[in-house]
Write a protein that binds this ligand. Structure first.
Ligand code: PHE
Length: 402
């Protein structure tokens, strides 16, 4: 329904015209504003016949009029015209047709009047409940064929993914997974791992320490762990042997950043303790793990090395995955790439564990441990040459791993 004085008048004129057509007894056809207003006052002429046919015709004309008004007029204008207290057409019909009807016709006029009244009420009800106009809806409409704002889907960081892959290889061998604190005490990071205070091995790991702890005993001083090996001890203190555990985690060293060094990086530690664990168990386990990670064509070899917490210790090299061992720039023409450190758990380490768990008796049990750098493995697997890419937060780089 639309409102407007002009429209209202036009509608009234329309009614008058159609009424004139429908009822030969009506006044002369409308011829202008004055006429229309005049017509409104006398819009409902007296009925001369009260038979069914005459009533049907008269009421049908009014119903048609109400329907066309409903689509042409604003609700208020419609209400005014049809149910207005003074000149509302329903009142007129009631006065001129219903009240004036002869006794015998009262019932049939009354029934038809009731139907008309209900129609008018329904039309008002529908129009009042109707929402905004078509034009308003169109103006507000959203073009659902336009592509929306794309929300980026989260994905595993390549380091997390590589860490999970390494962990999965060992999980399949029956290893459980553990974690430990990144802020560690001197005791767990060094002392119980058989680096005595002042031991020169401590110099090999430039350590980031928490400031202002000079008054604390050395063993309680806090530092950012330089390796995941302290979690070996934390695990053994919590449970007697046998132990098979892998520990992924973040570590820190006060290293200057370059293409292959970052002060923050990640390791996966491994520890296996039981009766009769031998160096060949260590070799077989790591050979299997390297083949699972890099492909079954990969070979491993073990070189003597030194770590304070393993004896004997070894560095593990794998045949170069880029040249297949022939020698290339990546393996510095050697055909081999060094990938991780490992060894048999030093009896001194079991000695520290036995302070809380006496079952770590080096005469009864043995074990091996290993630790590998996650970034180095990820760089090899994905052909990345700058370690800094992992931490730069550049979506062009990270998006390649989605
Ligand atoms: N913790 C050693 C490092 O960070 C790696 C390692 C772990 C070596 C376990 C042997 C056994 O270099």
């Amino acid at each position: 329904m639309r409102l407007g004085a002009g429209l209202l008048l036009a509608a009234i004129r329309g009614f008058a015209n159609s009424w004139a057509r429908a009822n030969a007894h009506a006044a002369a056809p409308c011829s202008g504003l004055f006429c229309c207003l005049h017509m409104t006052n006398e819009a409902i002429p007296k009925l001369t016949a009260f038979d069914d046919a005459a009533l049907d015709k008269a009421f049908a004309a009014l119903e048609d009029e109400a329907r066309s008004d409903a689509s042409a007029l604003d609700v208020e204008a419609f209400r005014l015209k049809w149910v207005g207290r003074k000149q509302g057409l329903l009142n007129e019909v009631s006065d001129r047709w219903l009240k004036a009807a002869p006794g015998a016709a009262k019932k049939s006029v009354g029934q038809r009047f009731k139907v008309l009244k209900e129609l008018v009420e329904t039309l008002i009800e529908n129009a009042s409940g109707a929402g905004p106009s078509d034009a308003a809806l169109k103006a507000e409409a959203i073009d659902i064929t336009l592509p929306g704002t794309r929300r980026l889907i989260g994905a595993e960081h390549p380091i997390t993914r590589t860490m999970n892959e390494i962990v999965a290889v060992f999980a399949a061998l029956g290893y459980s997974v553990g974690v430990g604190p990144e802020v560690e005490t001197d005791y767990y990071n060094f002392e119980c791992m058989n680096f005595p205070p002042g031991h020169p091995a401590r110099d090999t790991q430039d350590t980031l320490v928490v400031a202002g702890q000079e008054r604390r005993p050395l063993r309680d001083r806090l530092l950012l762990r330089t390796h995941t090996s302290p979690v070996q001890m934390r695990t053994m203190e919590q449970q007697p042997p046998p132990v098979r555990i892998v520990i992924p985690g973040k570590v820190h060293r006060n290293d200057a950043a370059d293409a292959t060094h970052s002060p923050i990086f990640h390791q996966v530690e491994g520890l296996c303790v039981d009766r009769n664990i031998t160096f060949s168990d260590l070799k077989g386990t790591l050979d299997h793990a390297m083949k699972a990670l890099f492909g079954s064509a990969v070979k491993t070899r073990f070189f003597p090395s030194f770590f304070p917490f393993t004896e004997p210790s070894a560095d593990v090299q794998i045949s170069c995955i880029f040249c297949g061992g022939k020698g290339c720039r990546k393996c510095k023409q050697s055909g081999w790439i060094e990938l991780l450190g490992c060894g048999m758990v030093d009896p001194a380490v079991f000695g520290f564990a036995a302070e809380k768990q006496p079952a770590y008796d080096a005469k009864q049990i043995s074990g091996f441990a290993f630790g590998m750098g996650v970034e180095r493995i990820a760089m090899m697997k994905y052909g990345i040459s700058e370690i800094g890419q992992f931490f730069a937060g550049d979506m062009r780089f990270l998006g390649q791993f989605v």
